[in-house]
Design a protein around this ligand. Structure first.
Ligand SMILES: Nc1ncnc2c1ncn2[C@@H]1O[C@H](COP(=O)(O)OP(=O)(O)OP(=O)(O)O)[C@@H](O)[C@H]1O
Ligand SMILES: [Mg+2]
Length: 191
C-alpha cells in the first residue's frame, strides 16, 4: 500500500469512528472495559502504560481509575515531538493531566517518569487493527519506536471499536505487533 492509500485508509477509519454518537461510544466503552478487566495480563500488571484518549478513541478512563484504585502504578505517555518519542510518566489520578502535543492530554507532572523496563503492560490506541496483531497508528511511528524498549514479552494490548477491525493492516518492517486487540464484540489474540 502506498503512502497516499495508507493516508486514505486512516481518513476513512477515523471518519467512520467519528460517526458513532457520544452515547453509543459510552456503551461500547463499557463493554470494552469489561473485556479488558477480565484479561489475566491486565489483572496481573503492576505497572501499566495506558494512553489518554483523544477525539473519538475508546475511553481509557475506566481502566485508569480501576488501576489506580487497585494500587497499580498507572503511567501515560508524554509525547516529545522533536524526537518522535514517548516517555511514560506516572498519573496520580485520571484527571492529573494537562494538554500536550497534538492536543493530547498527558500527565501533569513530567518529573514522575517511569523506565520502559519497569512497565509490564501497555494498553494502546490506534486507527485500524487486524486479527494478527497488526496495527495502523496515526502515522507518527511513536508507538513503533517505543514498544521495542519494553522488556521482551511485555504484553501489548490495543482497544478499539469493532469498526476499526480490518482483514489485514498494511504493515512495514518497523511496525510493532500487538498481542491482543479488545473490541466490544471480542478479544482478538494473535495466534
Ligand atoms: N522504530 C522506528 N525507527 C525509525 N523510524 C520509525 C520507526 N518506526 C516507525 N518509524 C517511522 O515513522 C513513520 C511513521 O510510521 P507508521 O506509518 O508505522 O506510523 P504509525 O504506526 O501509524 O504511528 P504511531 O505508532 O505513532 O501510532 C514512518 O516514516 C516510519 O519509517
Ligand atoms: Mg506503524
Amino acid at each position: 500500500m502506498n503512502p497516499a492509500e495508507k493516508k486514505a485508509l486512516r481518513r476513512r477509519l477515523l471518519d467512520e469512528r467519528q460517526t458513532l454518537s457520544v452515547e453509543a461510544r459510552a456503551a461500547l466503552d463499557q463493554k470494552i472495559l469489561n473485556r479488558l478487566l477480565a484479561l489475566p495480563e491486565v489483572q496481573a500488571a503492576n505497572t501499566m502504560l495506558v494512553y489518554l484518549d483523544f477525539r473519538a478513541e475508546v475511553s481509557s478512563r475506566g481502566l485508569i481509575e480501576w488501576g489506580i484504585a487497585q494500587g497499580k502504578t498507572v503511567c501515560a505517555p508524554v509525547t516529545i515531538v522533536d524526537e518522535r518519542r514517548l516517555i511514560p510518566v506516572k498519573l496520580r489520578c485520571a484527571d492529573d493531566v494537562i494538554l500536550g502535543a497534538y492536543d493530547i492530554r498527558e500527565p501533569a507532572n513530567r518529573s514522575d517518569t517511569v523506565d520502559a523496563e519497569e512497565i509490564d503492560l501497555v494498553v494502546l490506541p490506534g486507527v485500524g487493527f487486524d486479527r494478527e496483531g497488526g496495527r495502523l497508528g496515526y502515522g507518527g511511528g511513536y508507538y513503533d519506536r517505543f514498544l521495542p524498549k519494553l522488556k521482551p514479552g511485555t504484553p501489548r494490548i490495543a482497544v478499539a471499536y469493532e469498526l476499526q477491525m480490518l482483514d489485514a493492516v498494511p504493515l512495514e518492517p518497523h511496525d510493532a505487533r500487538l498481542d491482543a486487540v479488545v473490541t466490544e464484540a471480542r478479544v482478538y489474540r494473535r495466534m
